[in-house]
Design a protein around this ligand. Structure first.
Ligand code: HEC
Length: 155
């Protein structure tokens, strides 16, 4: 793919994200901080690691911060300050509508959820017993947080 084609693909991805964002605008929770922490299972992390290696590693790197072709780090302070505190739907929605850039949305939503579970675990979030759902409305109610929800591991 040429740089120009790659840029066009990315631009198309941005449009998709912008319109998805506008469509989701009505569902924004006006009452504030009622979201629960996003949780995921060790099974999802293991599956996500395999899927990441197959579809994302070329650009984002085998260690998530050593990619090529302009793929930014998916691990580290900059990534965390950008996505932690955001709804899980924002991160999974971004990945689902723009990644991989040559065929966004190629994978099932549950695969994006697994990859994001893996990415979060690499950013220091511990897995628990509640899976990250493959459902955008449910993901809208879950915040990405540094700690899993209290009691999650005990359930
Ligand atoms: C062809 C190279 C390429 C591949 C393959 C690729 N990405 Fe990306 N990715 C990029 C580029 C370039 C950006 C930055 C552009 C942007 O932010 O829109 C990016 C940005 C991202 C971001 C946002 C990072 C941030 O700091 O906000 C996430 C999340 C992401 N990619 C996930 C994935 C996942 C998951 C896969 C595999 C399914 C994947 N990417 C495959 C090139 C790639």
């Amino acid at each position: 793919m040429s740089i120009r084609q790659f840029a066009a693909v990315l631009a198309a991805g941005f449009v998709a994200v912008a319109s998805a964002g506008a469509a989701m605008g009505g569902a924004t929770d006006a009452s504030g901080d009622t979201r629960q922490a996003a949780t995921f299972t060790a099974t999802q992390v293991a599956a996500g690691k395999t899927e990441y290696a197959a579809h994302c590693t070329d650009c984002h790197g085998p260690n998530l911060n050593d990619g090529e072709f302009g793929g930014p780090p998916l691990k580290g302070e900059a990534f965390r300050s950008k996505w932690f505190g955001q709804p899980a739907s924002a991160l999974i929605g971004f990945a689902n509508t723009t990644m991989p850039p040559d065929s966004p949305g190629r994978l099932p939503l549950e695969t994006y959820a697994e990859i994001v579970a893996y990415v979060l675990s690499e950013n220091g979030v511990a897995p628990g017993t509640r899976a990250l759902p493959a459902d955008m409305e449910a993901l809208d109610q879950l915040d990405i947080q540094a700690e899993t929800a209290p009691g999650n591991a005990a359930q």
